[in-house]
Design a protein around this ligand. Structure first.
Ligand code: SF4
Length: 240
């Protein structure tokens, strides 16, 4: 494979967008709902977060209401997910900061977002692209793994991957990177990759491709589709 450039990037993203057309699981609602969703989803399955969201936003429909709540009250609404005590603390601090320092409006720049409690570059990037239409790339372990395998980057950490991808991917496509690679990394480019089911295998630089479909390939593909449908349905219902 030669050096990867914008044309190849565009081609691969187009193919993967056809395979994974749904938005990211936490691309929901207004900036406040979007930010809360991404903060809750750290090291937690998206399904678990999406299930608790209707109850959460009934209790705390605005950032002001969240700022007025006690940490205990917030814990009570998120106790089904991992690290809920820490997350409740961060949500409370974030909400107070947004009210006091930003007049109740979720800030719309990277520098301001990462000053909020519990908000790192990954969380901020999801909010920037989903809520403010600002080019950014949220790099989690999936995005890091898949883009390294594809040969887009040669990096050891997600932070370095983010820097490299920000240079490589044209602005108008940055939003798509997280959307498609998170799903691709969750279902197909998993630790033992399912290259046999991958529509970009001919464009991928990974040397140890797993091209032999297992006997239960059909069941795997059906299950993958079902899981993605369930996730999308939960996403749509999360803020009704
Ligand atoms: S061909 Fe295999 S390693 Fe490459 S992106 Fe597809 S699943 Fe991942």
């Amino acid at each position: 494979m030669g050096r990867i450039g914008p044309i190849e990037v565009m081609r691969i993203l187009k193919i993967l967008k056809r395979l994974w057309p749904n938005p990211g699981a936490m691309e929901i609602g207004n900036p406040y709902q979007n930010l809360v969703g991404v903060m809750l989803s750290a090291r937690t399955r998206d399904e678990q977060v999406l299930k608790l969201m209707p109850g959460f936003f009934r209790a705390f429909s605005t950032v002001e209401k969240l700022a007025d709540a006690t940490t205990k009250q917030i814990e009570g609404k998120i106790s089904t997910i991992g690290m809920y005590r820490q997350k409740a603390k961060n949500l409370k601090k974030m909400a107070v900061d947004v009210v006091v320092k930003f007049g109740g409006k979720i800030p719309s720049t990277m520098d301001e977002l990462i000053r909020l409690a519990g908000v790192g570059r990954k969380t901020a990037s999801v909010v920037l692209v989903a809520s403010f239409d600002t080019p950014a790339i949220a790099v989690d372990t999936h995005v890091h793994r898949v883009t390294n395998r594809l040969g887009w980057v040669k990096t050891k950490t997600p932070q370095k991957t983010e820097q490299a991808l920000l240079k490589l991917v044209p602005d108008k496509l940055k939003h798509t990177v997280n959307q498609v690679f998170v799903k691709h990394g969750r279902y197909i480019c998993i630790s033992k990759p399912r290259c046999w089911a991958c529509p970009v295998r001919d464009l991928c630089a990974f040397k140890q491709k797993n091209l032999v479909a297992p006997k239960n390939a059909r069941e795997i593909l059906i299950d993958m589709e079902r899981r993605e449908q369930v996730l999308e349905e939960l996403r749509r219902q999360a803020i009704r």
